[in-house]
Ligand binder design. Structure first.
Ligand SMILES: Nc1ncnc2c1ncn2[C@@H]1O[C@H](COP(=O)(O)OP(=O)(O)OP(=O)(O)O)[C@@H](O)[C@H]1O
Ligand SMILES: [Mg+2]
Length: 109
């Protein structure tokens, strides 16, 4: 299994959610987060100019899914979340070794 953590623009989270719902995923978690990437939270960086780091609001979408679904999910997220402007977000992919449903104790593989 893989954990896909996608950090996207708040106004793209519904599109990302809908794109993922079309795949056979069993759940997702969405969290409001704040962060910065390469531009340190600014839309432009000028040479020689000093900037403080700003933390911009983003949404984090987390999905744990079978390895076989990961590529399609990543593709769907990128397509749904992209505007082409800086700050579109990032997708991180993390291996997951085990997952348990608490109600039944069953282990998902
Ligand atoms: N290296 C990182 N580690 C953890 N979170 C990150 C990292 N880079 C970006 N993020 C998260 O992703 C959000 C969006 O980042 P952003 O889209 O600005 O990435 P970027 O790499 O600067 O790409 P771009 O050049 O398109 O802006 C950030 O607000 C932050 O929450
Ligand atoms: Mg950036």
């Amino acid at each position: 299994m893989k954990l896909i953590k996608a950090i996207v623009r708040p106004n793209k989270v519904d599109d990302v959610k809908n794109a993922l719902e079309k795949l056979h995923i069993s759940g997702m978690t969405v969290t409001e987060v704040r962060g910065h990437g390469k531009q340190k939270g600014h839309t432009a960086i000028y040479r020689g100019q000093e900037y403080n780091v700003s933390l911009l609001p983003k949404m984090e979408v987390e999905v744990v899914l079978a390895d076989s679904l990961a590529d399609d999910a990543i593709k769907a997220i990128i397509e749904a979340a992209r505007t082409g402007e800086i700050g579109d977000g990032r997708v991180f992919v993390i291996p997951v070794s085990e997952s348990y449903r608490i109600r039944t104790g069953e282990k998902e593989v």
